[in-house]
Design a protein around this ligand. Structure first.
Ligand code: CTP
Ligand code: CA
Length: 224
């Protein structure tokens, strides 16, 4: 079954999707991470393949099988993801940042396992900022006319926060979900609003992540 009503409306296009969550190592056995499963990004990759796109999926620590027909690049950290995005985006028609990128990483990496010391409290972990990949490619599009899409999970005034984030990042579309009762982490379903830099606001009702993926590609195609 083809997605999007069976249309191959992404034929001849190269799309880049990031998925999962970055892990920022502290030592050889420990990391700072997040709970992103990668399912929404993988759904985006499958949907784009079904619509005829050449798809590069930059997968950060997602415990999911590589989707058929997709070029999958596995990365670990935010810095590695940035390198992979910049490389893949050079000739891309669209870039969708579905990955949860760690905002901070430990300032230092211990090459040996960090050990407890008798009678001593642990030292605090110093953090530094990671690069903002979405803001960087939005500001400096590797290819003219490239459509750039971000994601955001928000609480409180979800739409106002989403609008402000869209403006701050400079992307074309921001897919905003509310973090709450029906958890989006690890779930097969999602509910979102797709905000456009042109002022558009498209609510997507609670449903499969595949359906949200198709709706996102519809909006990308409209702008491509
Ligand atoms: N993102 C990114 N690089 C980062 C952080 C986030 O590319 N260092 C991308 C994410 O992939 C996502 C979007 O930016 O598509 C929004 O992520 P979010 O964490 O909501 O944005 P932040 O600017 O980090 O805002 P907050 O302080 O609310 O976490
Ligand atoms: Ca963040």
């Amino acid at each position: 079954v083809l997605a999007g009503g069976g249309e191959r409306d992404l034929a001849g296009k190269h799309v880049v999707v990031s998925a999962g969550g970055t892990r920022e190592p502290l030592d050889p056995v420990r990391f700072l991470g997040n709970r992103s499963s990668g399912k929404q990004g993988y759904a985006l990759a499958r949907s784009a393949v079904a619509r005829g796109a050449r798809v590069t999926l930059l997968s950060a620590n997602a415990a999911l099988p590589d989707p058929a027909g997709v070029d999958v690049v596995h990365v670990g950290t935010a810095v590695q993801l940035r390198e992979a995005v910049l490389k893949a985006a050079a000739d891309a028609d669209a870039v969708v940042m579905a990955a949860a990128v760690a905002d901070f990483r430990p300032e230092t990496y211990a090459t040996g396992k960090i050990k407890k010391k008798d009678g001593q409290e642990p030292a605090p972990i110093a953090l530094v900022r990671n690069p903002d990949i979405l803001a960087e490619i939005s500001a400096d599009r590797p290819r003219p006319g490239q459509v750039v899409v971000g994601f955001a999970a928000e609480t409180d005034d979800v739409l106002a926060n989403g609008r402000a984030k869209l403006a701050r990042k400079g992307c074309d579309l921001l897919v905003v979900n509310e973090v709450g009762e029906r958890k989006t982490f690890g779930s097969e379903e999602n509910e979102a609003v797709i905000l456009g830099a042109d002022g558009s606001e498209i609510p997507v009702p609670y449903g499969p992540k595949d359906a949200l993926a198709d709706r996102i590609w519809d909006e990308v195609v409209r702008r491509g």
